[in-house]
Design a protein around this ligand. Structure first.
Ligand code: ZN
Length: 569
C-alpha cells in the first residue's frame, strides 16, 4: 500500500519537474522610457536671508555667473520657515498643502469646542498634499534632505522617507538665540550642512553618471538664527551671510569637479527675509503669549508665526468684524487678511492662498519694528519679509540668460524641478514651471524592437529607433552599456536607426542630445536578452527520472536517521 503511494507521488513529481525543465516562462514587461534634461536637482535654502542686505555681498553677486537671478521672487504667507519650506517642497500654497505653521489650530473645531485653550495641531497633522520628495521617490529618484532644523522633515511629506536624512546635531545648534554666541560657532553650523551635502554628492556621483537621478534639498540655518539674535543690520548677520554664500560657491566648485554641472539644476533662495525689530516693541510681553490686548473682550487664541505676524483664531466667528475693527484701531497692522470678505482689510485668506483649515480667522502682519512674543533684534512672518532672492543655476540653463525681473514664487521651484528630472507634476502643484529658461527645446522618442529577446543562439539582433525634433542643430549620441554605438548631427525633425547585436543579459540604452556641449535631452531604456535552458524531449524526461531516482534512493537513509533518533529517545 505504502509503496503504491510512493510510486504515484514520484510519477506526479516527475511530470511537474519535466514541465518546469522544459519551459521557463518569461515575465519581463516592456521598459519605460524617460525623457529628461538633467540628473541632479538641488535646492539650497539660505534661511532668513534678507534680500536688501545680502544682495550687496560680493559672494552673492558671484552666483550670477552660474545662471539666472530673479529680482522679483516672493515667498508665501506667513513668511516663516515651516510654511515657506512646505510651499517649496509641495509646489503650492498653504490652502492646498494644509501646512500654515510649525503648529496651528483646527479653526472650525475651535469654534465649536467649549475650551478657551485649543488643542494644537503639529506640522505633520496639517499635511494635505504630496511633496516633491514623495514624487521623486515614487519614480526612482535618489532623495536627500540635509537640514538645520528638525521641523524641516515636513518636506518629506506624509511618508517621512528619504534615502538620506541629515539634521544638524543639537550640540551645534546650542545657544543660537544668544547674541553673544561666538561667530565661529555660527559658521560651524552651515559648514556642517555643506560638508554633509558634499559627501552625499560625492557618494552619488558615480550613480548619477551611470544614469541615476538625484534630488538634494539643503537648508543653511545659521543666518536665520543670527538675524533673530543680532538683527539683520548687525555685523554678525553680515559675516554669517558672507560665509553662507561662500559655502554655496564651494558647493558649485565641487559639483563641477565631479563633472556633474552640465546636468545640474540648482536653486539657491531664501525661505523668507528678516526685518529689524525692537525688543521694546514686543506686543505680548506677559506670560500669556496667546491673547492680544487690543482684542480685549473678544475670546480668541493667537499663534505668533515668526515674530512679525500671527494667526488669530476666534472662539465665536461672529466676532470677525469687531476684531478687525479693534486691530485697525490699534494702528499696529500693515496688512490684515480675513476668512470672509470685509471691506476694510487687504483681502481674504483665499486671496493669499492661506485658506487652510488650520489658518486662523484673521492673519495679521505687523508694522515695521513690532513683534509679538519674542524680544528679538530681528523677526519675520509678515508681508515685509515676503520678498526673497532666488537663483536658478546650472549647466542646463541657456548661457544667454542671466537676469529676470519676472514675478516668480517659491511655489514655482518644485514643478520646475519635476520638469527637469522628467517627473510627473501632481495636480496639487500650483506653481508654474520655469522651463523656458532651459537650453533649447527638444522632443525625443526611443523605440527598441525587440526589447525583450528569447535567445536561442549566443546573440540576437535588435534595432534602436530614435526620432523627434530639436530647436537648434545638435548632436545625437547612442550608447549601449556605456559604449558609443552611434553619433550623428541632427536638426529639425530627425530619425535615426541603428542595429545592434546583443548577448545574453540586461543592456542599457542611453540616448543623449547635446547642443553647445550641454545635454539638452536624453532618454534611457533597457534590452533584456534571456537564454532559455531546456533539454529537448525525451531527454528532459530521462534527466528528471535520474533526479527523482536519486531522491527516492535517499528515503531509506532518511528513515534510518529517524529510527536512530527514536532509539536514542
Ligand atoms: Zn526660516
Amino acid at each position: 500500500m505504502r509503496l503504491k503511494i510512493v510510486r504515484k507521488t514520484s510519477l506526479l513529481i516527475l511530470l511537474v519537474l519535466s514541465y518546469v525543465l522544459y519551459y521557463v516562462p518569461l515575465t519581463f514587461t516592456e521598459p519605460q522610457h524617460s525623457i529628461c534634461l538633467g540628473r541632479l536637482a538641488l535646492i539650497i535654502v539660505v534661511d532668513g536671508a534678507e534680500i536688501s542686505i545680502v544682495n550687496g555681498l560680493e559672494e552673492f553677486n558671484l552666483l550670477k555667473n552660474y545662471g539666472i537671478y530673479f529680482s522679483n521672487a516672493y515667498t508665501v504667507l506667513p513668511s516663516a520657515t515651516t510654511p515657506a519650506h512646505t510651499a517649496l517642497a509641495y509646489g503650492t500654497y498653504p490652502n492646498v498643502s494644509g501646512v500654515v505653521y510649525t503648529y496651528a489650530v483646527d479653526r472650525e473645531e475651535y469654534h465649536v469646542t467649549k475650551e478657551d485653550i485649543p488643542k494644537t495641531v503639529s506640522w505633520y497633522d496639517q499635511i494635505m498634499s504630496e511633496s516633491i520628495v514623495e514624487v521623486a521617490r515614487e519614480n526612482g529618484v535618489l532623495t536627500a534632505l540635509i537640514v538645520g532644523k528638525e521641523k524641516l522633515k515636513v518636506m518629506m511629506g506624509l511618508n517621512q522617507v528619504a534615502d538620506v536624512l541629515k539634521i544638524l546635531p543639537s550640540e551645534l545648534a546650542y545657544g543660537v538665540y544668544d547674541p553673544n554666541l561666538p561667530i565661529e560657532a555660527r559658521y560651524r553650523q552651515d559648514e556642517w550642512i555643506i560638508n554633509e551635502t558634499i559627501s552625499v554628492i560625492r557618494s552619488w556621483s558615480e550613480l548619477i553618471h551611470s544614469g541615476e537621478y538625484a534630488l538634494v534639498i539643503v537648508n543653511l540655518p545659521a543666518l536665520d538664527w543670527t538675524g533673530h539674535a543680532c538683527g539683520p543690520e548687525s555685523e554678525e548677520y553680515y559675516l554669517v551671510a558672507r560665509h553662507a554664500f561662500q559655502q554655496v560657491l564651494s558647493l558649485v566648485d565641487i559639483i563641477k569637479a565631479e563633472g556633474l554641472w552640465n546636468n545640474t539644476l540648482m536653486f539657491v533662495l531664501a525661505d523668507h527675509g528678516m526685518s529689524d525689530t525692537k525688543p521694546s516693541k514686543m506686543l505680548l510681553p506677559s506670560k500669556d503669549k496667546h491673547h492680544w490686548g487690543v482684542l480685549t473682550g473678544i475670546r480668541h487664541y493667537l499663534i505668533d508665526t515668526g515674530g512679525t505676524a500671527a494667526f488669530i483664531y476666534l472662539k465665536d466667528k461672529r466676532d470677525l468684524e469687531k476684531a478687525v475693527k479693534l486691530i485697525l484701531k490699534s494702528n499696529l497692522a500693515d496688512a490684515i487678511y480675513s476668512i470672509s470678505p470685509i471691506n476694510s482689510v487687504n483681502g481674504t485668506l483665499e486671496d493669499v492662498g492661506l485658506n487652510s483649515p488650520f489658518a486662523g480667522d484673521i492673519f495679521v502682519s505687523l508694522k515695521n519694528g513690532y513683534q509679538f512674543s519674542y524680544p528679538n533684534e530681528g523677526a519675520h512672518g509678515g508681508v515685509s519679509t515676503q520678498k526673497i532672492f532666488m537663483f536658478m543655476l546650472g549647466g542646463v540653463i541657456s548661457s544667454k540668460l542671466t537676469y529676470s525681473n519676472e514675478i516668480v514664487s517659491i511655489v514655482d521651484v518644485a514643478p520646475t524641478i519635476c520638469e527637469f528630472l522628467g517627473l510627473p507634476i501632481p495636480e496639487s502643484f500650483k506653481g508654474k514651471t520655469l522651463n523656458y529658461f532651459f537650453a533649447p527645446k527638444v522632443s525625443l522618442k526611443v523605440s527598441i524592437s525587440p526589447s525583450v529577446i528569447e535567445l536561442t543562439d549566443s546573440y540576437a539582433e535588435s534595432t534602436i529607433l530614435v526620432n523627434g525634433s530639436v530647436e537648434v542643430p545638435s548632436k545625437l549620441y547612442i550608447y549601449v552599456d556605456e559604449e558609443e554605438i552611434k553619433s550623428s548631427d541632427i536638426s529639425g525633425e530627425f530619425s535615426e536607426t541603428v542595429s545592434i547585436k546583443v548577448e545574453e543579459g540586461e543592456h542599457t540604452v542611453l540616448v543623449k542630445i547635446l547642443s553647445d556641449g550641454k545635454v539638452i535631452g536624453g532618454a534611457t531604456s533597457k534590452i533584456f536578452a534571456v537564454k532559455i535552458r531546456y533539454l529537448p524531449l525525451p531527454w528532459n524526461l530521462i534527466y528528471a527520472s535520474i533526479v527523482i531516482g536519486v531522491l527516492i534512493s535517499l528515503i531509506p537513509l532518511v528513515l534510518l536517521i529517524i529510527n536512530m533518533k527514536r532509539k536514542k529517545l
